[in-house]
Ligand binder design. Structure first.
Ligand SMILES: C[S@@+](CC[C@H](N)C(=O)[O-])C[C@H]1O[C@@H](n2cnc3c(N)ncnc32)[C@H](O)[C@@H]1O
Length: 298
């Protein structure tokens, strides 16, 4: 029997390595994080259709502050708390704060883990998280923490990667060896179930596929490295990936080439859920969501 750890879908993430990867990626992150920015914009556009005025917002896995900046623009009076496990990311985010917000002390930074939020119970009106939850091994822990920290009637809005993310890369590596090269991602239905199990009300979960194309595999690998998206599964190969392996990967990936470009698929899961409000006089309906005719696709 082979002593290699197979890529069997149960690979756990190594938290020390997650933190290290993002610490190292912080200074180059903004140049490479085109997809992350696009997804952040798509996520926050959803707030256009929700009548909700949060006073205190928590951005989980805030990174270099894309969402923080956008939320500050959308809700100028709100206090925004940016939390990230990588201090270097938060230092980048802090540089972007306007002098006015600095003066008003509207932004706060916390170097901490989403699995153990250092905030009081019922202290936040809204929690936002863009493309961070896929770095957490157990969504139940994170969602329970969100449930605890949100005020009754508070909202959780997030994106996460689904199982078809990097499917081409996963398939090519599986033809080369048995190591785990690509992180495992939770299915949309499991995410919805976990929200309910964690006590959230009225969860709405949907997904879309986004394909980014590249000239060659080296550019794919370089971009993933630059945004800190290393393979951090415990079943990864601990040594350096040899030149021969990379050449075989390049050859295998050629099978996907279309119009002279290589596709990289991302399955983006969007989630919205509410903390139940049991207080007298509350009918437990979520904040009003309105739909304009522009939203209805022809
Ligand atoms: C792909 S980046 C996304 C950053 C930002 N939300 C954005 O839209 O650009 C993921 C972020 O999650 C952070 N992160 C990963 N695991 C974390 C954890 N357990 N606790 C807190 N932050 C974490 C990383 O340090 C990184 O900044």
């Amino acid at each position: 029997m082979s002593d290699k750890i197979k890529n069997d879908g149960r690979s756990e993430l190594d938290p020390v390595q997650v933190r290290r990867s993002f610490e190292q990626a912080a200074s180059a992150y903004d140049q490479a994080a085109v997809l992350q920015r696009e997804v952040a914009n798509r996520l926050l556009e959803r707030l256009d259709y929700i009548r909700f005025r949060p006073a205190r917002i928590l951005d989980l896995g805030a990174g270099t502050g894309f969402c923080q900046q956008s939320l500050a623009h959308r809700y100028p009076g709100a206090e925004i708390h940016a939390l990230d496990i990588a201090l270097a990311m938060l230092l980048q985010a802090r540089k972007k704060i306007s002098w006015l917000r600095r003066l008003k002390q509207r932004d706060h930074f916390m170097n901490a883990d989403v699995n153990a939020l250092p905030y009081a119970n019922s202290s936040m009106d809204m929690i936002v998280s863009n493309l961070t939850l896929q770095w957490c091994s157990d969504l139940r822990v994170v969602f329970s923490e969100c449930q605890r920290v949100l005020k009754p009637g508070g909202m959780l809005l997030f994106t996460n990667f689904g199982p078809n993310t990097l499917k081409e890369l996963r398939h090519c590596w599986s033809e080369i060896d048995d190591y785990s090269h690509v992180n495992q991602f939770s299915d949309m239905h499991d995410v919805g179930d976990t929200l309910l199990q964690s006590g959230f009300s009225d969860p709405v979960v949907d997904m879309e596929m986004i394909t980014v194309t590249y000239k060659n595999v080296r550019n794919v690998m370089q971009d993933l490295k630059q945004i800190g998206a290393h393979n951090v599964t415990r079943g990864r190969h601990r040594g350096l990936t040899g030149k021969g392996h990379l050449q075989r990967l390049e050859q295998a990936y050629e099978a996907y080439r279309q119009q002279d470009r290589l596709p990289v698929s991302y399955e983006v899961i969007y989630g919205l859920a509410w903390r139940h409000d049991n207080s007298p006089g509350k009918n437990n309906q979520p904040a009003e969501i309105y739909i304009s005719t522009d939203m209805i696709k022809k």
